[in-house]
Design a protein around this ligand. Structure first.
Ligand SMILES: [Zn+2]
Length: 173
């Protein structure tokens, strides 16, 4: 845990004309390349979430007590995401918050989007009526080959990120 303390990465890039899904994938990979050398073990993953007409929110897997405790304490400030994520009951909060969760939390907290999506809602309405797109790049463990990863489909989180993304109307891959 200490390895990651204070090391969660986040950035917002304002949308520019001509963006495609590849642009978002490039942001995820570039974010990973920025932080990969900080860590010597464990999962290193970066999610890039495109809200159409606004920009791209880039966040690494939340790590360290500071970031994880902050997200937990402030989860109600991201009511749409939280209404789905709160079904997870992992006692270790680091296991509960994946890179995708960090990106969603950031979207709902960041102006001009903060407070715009109610519990049980989805992100299409803050994305110009177009489903947002998320790309995830990195590796699950030290021995893993780095690359684009789909949201988790089960095993270490219930509900998994694939379901959270589906409920929030976020496309991936
Ligand atoms: Zn996940």
């Amino acid at each position: 845990m200490a390895l990651w303390k204070g090391s969660t990465y986040k950035a917002k890039i304002r949308e520019e004309p001509g963006w495609t899904k590849q642009t978002i994938k490039d942001f995820a990979q570039a974010g990973y390349n920025k932080i990969k050398d900080r860590f010597t073990g464990g999962a290193v993953l970066v999610a890039a979430l495109w809200i159409h007409g606004d920009g791209c929110y880039i966040v690494s897997k939340p790590r360290g007590d500071a970031m994880v405790d902050f997200m937990f304490a402030n989860r109600l400030t991201a009511p749409a995401w939280n209404s789905y994520n709160e079904e997870r009951t992992d006692p270790d909060l680091e296991d509960r918050f994946h890179a995708e969760d960090g990106a969603c939390f950031y979207v709902e907290n960041r102006l001009p989007l903060s407070g715009k999506v109610p519990a049980g809602g989805n992100y299409e309405e803050i994305s110009g009526g177009i489903r947002p797109f998320i790309a995830i790049y990195g590796k699950y463990r030290s021995s893993d080959k780095e690359g684009f990863k789909p949201p988790c489909g089960g095993g270490n989180a219930d509900p998994p990120c694939t379901l959270e993304m589906s409920w929030l109307h976020i496309d991936y891959n």
